[in-house]
Write a protein that binds this ligand. Structure first.
Ligand SMILES: [Zn+2]
Length: 217
């Protein structure tokens, strides 16, 4: 991959005060970009004390970063079929506490799109698991690509990150695209009666590092 082909630049940045349903509030510095290779309107949300990241010695502490893939049903409507809404809420607070970026990636349904994700839900209701359903629809198990996440980070001047994720593939892809992952810290497990099977499948087939009782549910 040619680095010059993949260069992105910050297009606009604005402050957005956030307030979640549980009352938690913080302020995000929202960045948009030119030159992202997927052509999508992906966002980076700067959270917490990033300005203090430059110390008197000129050395920057490594920001905490979470690439979050869009999930309309989970993020906006609080769907309990998955844990995306809870993951997003947790990530915003943890990043605001440490200073870093939440990357909001427009790759709904592990990259297959919103309608296809709903089709996959219908297949899951007929007995397939979340990965089998994607395959039955002619998609790969997981089509997400983190190249644009790397592009956004590099456009923000961030080449080293502490990655907030349970997914080893995110770290592997970011490294491949030129971002140094100095450490990976896990997110919490947001278990409910309706997402137990989904989470167990993610842990078993998606190689997610979840501290999760696989025999349950
Ligand atoms: Zn979701």
């Amino acid at each position: 991959m040619s680095r010059s082909l993949a260069n992105a630049t910050v297009r606009t940045q604005i402050s957005v005060p956030l307030r979640f349903a549980d009352g938690y509030s913080t302020t995000a510095r929202v960045f948009s970009f030119d030159g992202l290779v997927d052509g999508q309107e992906n966002l980076a949300c700067g959270l917490g004390d990033r300005a203090a990241a430059v110390t008197s010695t000129g050395r920057r502490p490594v920001p905490l970063v979470r690439p979050h893939s869009e999930c309309l049903t989970g993020d906006v409507f609080g769907s309990q079929r998955c844990d995306c809404g809870a993951q997003l809420r947790e990530a915003v607070e943890r990043i605001a506490d440490s200073g870093g970026y939440l990357l909001y990636l427009r790759q709904e349904g592990r990259g297959i799109g919103l309608y296809a994700k709903l089709d996959a839900y219908a297949l899951q209701d007929a007995g397939l698991d979340t990965y089998e359903a994607n395959l039955a629809l002619g998609h790969r198990e997981d089509e997400r690509c983190y190249l644009v996440a790397a592009q956004m980070l590099l456009a923000l001047g961030v080449s080293r990150v502490v990655l907030l994720s349970n997914n080893p593939d995110k770290a592997w892809q970011l490294r491949r695209f030129g971002v140094t992952v100095t450490a990976r810290v896990p997110t919490g497990v947001h278990l409910s009666a309706t997402n137990a099977r989904y989470l167990a499948t993610k842990a078993r087939k998606g190689a997610h590092m979840l501290d999760f009782p696989l025999s349950a549910g």
